[in-house]
Write a protein that binds this ligand. Structure first.
Ligand code: MN
Length: 242
């Protein structure tokens, strides 16, 4: 069983072809979105794919220019079982980050009021402020492509966070060390496609299979056992989502 817990299906050049490949491979996909409007479009795209679910998102990089879409986020929230991609990105100026933090805080308040959700979280160069806000959130948090420090990782683990790891997280020793420290029962696989390359090609959800040997290597285990662990984790997470 394959799981891609963070893919931008709507951003592919031909989303329908990618969805067809997903359906053929029976892969479970969380189709994250970058704006509330994209959530509507993504739901239309995946309407006939029972293994693909759309997450209602508001990407931090778009926090400033799309702030007017905040009403839509609130409007769609009751129907959304998953939230993402949301969070904070530290690669911006102070004013932009302030807007991101206010947006993320607002989203967390609304999600709390709605009873909590499974959330796919962006925390690039901003793990500490992201965790500061998540401390007030009662959802289930999956930190996507986590790249903070060892200490920040420890804090996230103590807070009960989950982690979705992609192929690119095995390309540096620093990142591999982080993955090795993540709790085995709280790891999912992801691609972040189409924003990531797989060799010469743009990565697709089915490429999560390439993560199994990497995790097997780190855990001193084999590919089959890794696949079973990821499947178990995913089923545990679904219990929270339903
Ligand atoms: Mn992403």
């Amino acid at each position: 069983m394959l799981v891609d817990f963070h893919a931008h299906i709507d951003l592919y050049k031909s989303p329908k072809a990618v969805i067809q490949n997903c359906n053929k491979a029976n892969i479970y996909v969380l189709a994250v979105t970058t704006t509330p409007k994209a959530w509507v479009g993504t739901n239309n795209l995946i309407a006939k794919s029972s293994r693909i679910k759309a997450a209602l998102g508001f990407h931090p990089e778009l926090a400033k220019e799309r702030l007017k879409d905040l009403e839509l986020f609130e409007q769609f929230l009751p129907a959304a079982r998953y939230i993402g991609e949301v969070g904070i990105d530290g690669r911006f100026d102070a004013e932009h980050i302030k807007i991101q933090i206010n947006l993320f805080r607002y989203i967390i308040e609304k999600v709390n009021k709605a009873g909590g959700r499974v959330m796919s979280i962006h925390s690039r160069q901003a793990a500490t402020p992201t965790l500061d806000l998540l401390q007030k959130s009662n959802g289930l948090h999956v930190l996507h492509w986590f790249s903070g420090t060892k200490l920040e990782l420890e804090r996230a683990i103590n807070m009960g966070c989950w982690f979705s790891v992609g192929p690119q997280m095995f390309s540096s020793k620093r990142s591999r060390d982080l993955v090795a420290s993540m709790p085995k029962d709280k790891i999912l696989t992801e691609t972040d496609g189409p924003l990531v390359q797989n060799g010469k090609n743009i990565i697709e959800p089915v490429d999560v299979a390439s993560i199994f040997p990497e995790l097997a290597n780190i855990w001193g285990s084999n590919r089959k056992d890794v696949e079973a662990i990821i499947a178990d984790n995913f089923l545990n997470l679904l219990r929270f989502a339903s």
